[in-house]
Ligand binder design. Structure first.
Ligand code: FES
Length: 152
């Protein structure tokens, strides 16, 4: 496992040091660097801000925007909402799982992909919907999904 470079977080810790009410902002900025919140970075934050790890984890786990494990370069989100489900969303999800070899919530070993399911992606008329790294793809079928993933 490669060593985590913590030097990049020092300017952030310096900028907000002593401002305990800036904890969420600091976590957001740390996540921008790594794509998630690595434990060594949180330990350094804990020491520098004199805030307990349990307090940091309680904040980091409360908000859905924070991730505690490394995610893939491409996040593939598949809708499992009712409108998508009745149009074949389950088959689309199966196609993604079989293409990537991972299940909901998992990341490929090479960190290229993370697969997530979502209750509704807010584009029900386009269902079944798949979102890859923020870009929406509608009226998906298993074949279209496999073709899409091959282009990434
Ligand atoms: S149910 Fe799938 S986008 Fe709303």
């Amino acid at each position: 496992m490669e060593e985590l470079d913590l030097s990049a977080i020092e300017p952030i810790l310096d900028k907000y040091c002593g401002q305990e009410d800036a904890l969420i902002t600091v976590l957001q900025e740390l996540q921008e660097i790594y794509g998630y919140l690595p434990e060594p970075a949180l330990q350094r934050l804990s020491r520098r801000f004199n805030v307990s790890m349990s307090r940091i984890y309680s904040v980091a786990t409360f908000y859905a925007q924070f991730y505690l494990s490394r995610r893939g370069k491409n996040v593939v989100r598949v809708c499992r909402g009712t409108a998508c489900h009745v149009r074949g969303g389950k088959d689309v999800l199966s196609a993604v799982e079989s293409c990537l070899g991972i299940c909901d919530g998992q990341t490929t070993p090479d960190y290229r992909y993370t697969l997530e399911t979502v209750a509704c992606l807010g584009a029900c008329a386009m269902g079944p919907v798949v979102v890859v790294s923020g870009k929406y793809f509608g009226k998906m079928t298993p074949n279209k999904t496999e073709a899409l993933l091959k282009t990434i």
